[in-house]
Write a protein that binds this ligand. Structure first.
Ligand code: AMP
Length: 551
């Protein structure tokens, strides 16, 4: 028997209508690309989004058309999110840090019709546009006064397009499974793969994030997504900020520690989300300047493992709760969040609680997790057994966009998505990432977690960043090499580093060698690029294995 409930679709346009009706005076504050701080209210956001929807229709944009953005986090980008998806077209956010080849590949592969471009990125697009033959036109995200002379063909000025358009729009209704946005994974090998979100998955994901225990976004909250809107919809923040009535604060192009600290305190930010690299910069600035946070309550760390030293510093030095989240582009992206339960808070020591926060955490509603062995057999949830992590849920991809080759490998026989991460899950449901399948170090038949080693290494006060890779060893098959970026003025040497690690990790995990470098390679989304690092150290021989000629 089916339920007797109205079968109304979940649509992104409902969020902006809801926000304008219920929280008309709430603010959106942006550091604009032109430099100054811009602020307006949800009613203004709504009116301008409607104007943009009309303008898009005038440009001939239709349902299913892919409309790309190359932009920072700011109010115009937010208007594009809502207007494009709202009319049934697909908002394709592009990471501006991609290589020219990857950029060209994804614009072509997605068949983008128009590109919205922030001022900063106009020169990049001018260089590329000769190759982007199918693009019909470009919209520069600025006003008349700042509109540059540009060689981009069919270039429009954003503010001019909106002028005179009506401030109401009759949003069309369609199936909630209609595609709403598109984001390509920043794969370390091969071409990027497209993940196509739907209206339904976007709403379910955003709702499940705010339903997580302890999340209390509301009209008193001010949310700062440092995580870019060009990568997986800024983890859903542009959606749930609006329907929870939270103030939204956008950092624009200024992501350095000093600019972020100023924005956080000036705008009363309570919650901010971003990757560990960004928080390293913010914490360094706080340490050096002696500034304090006046309103910040929570910082969400995701995208890469959150070092325990970072979680501890936020909590102990600044009284800010650091919450780790794990996810993937393919998962909309949030899959798990790590917060100790109230009962853990009562019975555990500070150190034990830090260990819980160091895990990647419990699944959101609608996200199922399983770990399996090499034969695909389920492993127990005992916190010890480690295996590949697979996931399933309504906001998880059912297949990459137009990519049969990748899809053939991405799922198991039951349709679960293979994450490529190795993890444990404990009896309380807390998942902990041990490594990427490709990065785990197999030493004498046993596994060493490169993430755990990195986590411990960055706990050293003189270490800015660390990466561990497995390299061939004639006796052990593979052994860990630790590659370290020191803080300025540090005199830390290899012996000092190993002495520090001894006792913090089991002896057989200790890296065979430590190498110091000026910087580590990062992907377009700020992740360590281990593939490149392994490439850089291809000819490296461990000091205890110098006669080994093999690779
Ligand atoms: P992306 O799709 O580019 O966001 O990358 C997803 C991958 O980032 C995951 O499969 C993990 O390997 C890694 N990742 C994301 N969040 C975390 C986290 N909190 N801890 C460890 N790895 C993470």
């Amino acid at each position: 028997m089916l339920g007797l409930m109205m079968n109304r679709p979940l649509l992104i346009s409902q969020i902006i209508e809801y926000a304008a009706i219920n929280f008309p005076e709430q603010e959106v504050v942006s550091r604009s690309t032109e430099g100054e701080i811009h602020r307006y209210r949800f009613v203004d956001l709504h009116a301008r989004t409607c104007q943009l929807a009309h303008a898009l229709e005038k440009l001939g944009v239709k349902k299913d058309d892919r409309i790309a953005t190359v932009a920072w986090n700011n109010y115009r980008h937010l208007e594009i999110y809502y207007a494009v998806s709202g009319i049934g077209a697909i908002c394709h956010t592009i990471n501006p840090r991609l290589s020219a080849d990857q950029f060209h590949f994804i614009v072509d592969h997605a068949d983008d019709q128009y590109l919205f471009v922030d001022l900063t990125f106009v020169p990049i697009l001018e260089k590329l546009q000769g190759q982007l033959k199918k693009v019909k036109g470009y919209i520069v995200m600025t006003d008349r006064a700042h509109m540059p002379e540009t060689s981009l063909p069919n270039a429009h000025c954003y503010e001019t397009l909106l002028e005179g358009e009506p401030e109401r729009f009759d949003w069309p209704e369609f199936d909630e499974n209609q595609a709403s946005s598109l984001c390509y994974t920043s794969g370390t090998t091969g071409n990027p793969k497209g993940v196509l979100y739907s209206h339904r998955s976007t709403l379910l994901h955003a709702l499940s994030v705010v339903a997580f225990p302890g999340v209390d976004f509301g009209e008193d909250s001010a949310l700062l997504p440092v995580v870019p809107m060009f990568h997986v919809n800024a983890w859903g923040m542009p959606y749930f900020a609006l329907f929870t009535g939270s103030k939204l604060v956008f950092p624009g192009p200024r992501l350095d520690g000093a600019s972020l600290a100023a924005l956080i305190n000036d705008e009363g930010v309570t919650d901010t989300w971003g990757v560990p690299t960004v928080w390293l910069g913010l914490l360094r600035h706080m340490r050096e300047s002696g500034e304090r946070f006046t309103t910040l309550k929570h910082v969400q760390i995701g995208g890469s493992a959150a070092p325990k030293a970072m979680i501890r510093e936020f909590q102990e030095d600044y009284g800010v709760e650091a919450i780790q989240g794990w996810g993937m582009t393919e998962m909309s992206p949030v899959g798990t969040v790590s917060r100790p339960t109230p009962s853990m808070q009562r019975r555990m020591s500070a150190e034990e609680l830090l260990n819980v926060r160091g895990k990647q955490g419990r699944a959101l509603l609608g996200v199922e997790l399983k770990i399996v062995d090499a034969d695909g057999k389920r492993l127990p949830r005992d916190g010890v057994a480690r295996g590949e992590l697979l996931v399933r849920g309504p906001a998880i991809t059912s297949g990459y966009y137009e990519n049969a080759a990748a899809n053939a490998k991405a799922f198991d026989e039951e349709g679960w998505f293979r994450t490529g991460d190795v993890a444990t899950i404990d009896a309380d449901g807390y998942m902990e990432i041990v490594d990427r399948v490709k990065d785990v170090i197999k030493s004498g038949g046993e596994w060493i977690s490169s993430i755990d080693l990195e986590n411990e290494a960055v706990g050293h006060p003189e270490v800015a960043e660390a990466a561990v890779i497995g390299l061939p060893h004639s006796k052990w098959a593979e052994r860990p090499l630790l590659v370290v970026v020191r803080n300025p003025d540090s005199t830390l040497d290899a012996k000092g580093m190993i002495d520090y690690l001894r006792g913090r990790v089991v002896d057989w995990w200790l890296p065979n060698d430590v190498v110091f470098v000026d910087e580590l390679p990062h992907s377009a989304t700020g992740k360590l690029q281990k593939v490149r690092l392994r490439e850089d150290f291809r000819d490296f021989r461990f000091s205890d294995d110098r006669d080994n000629g093999s690779t």
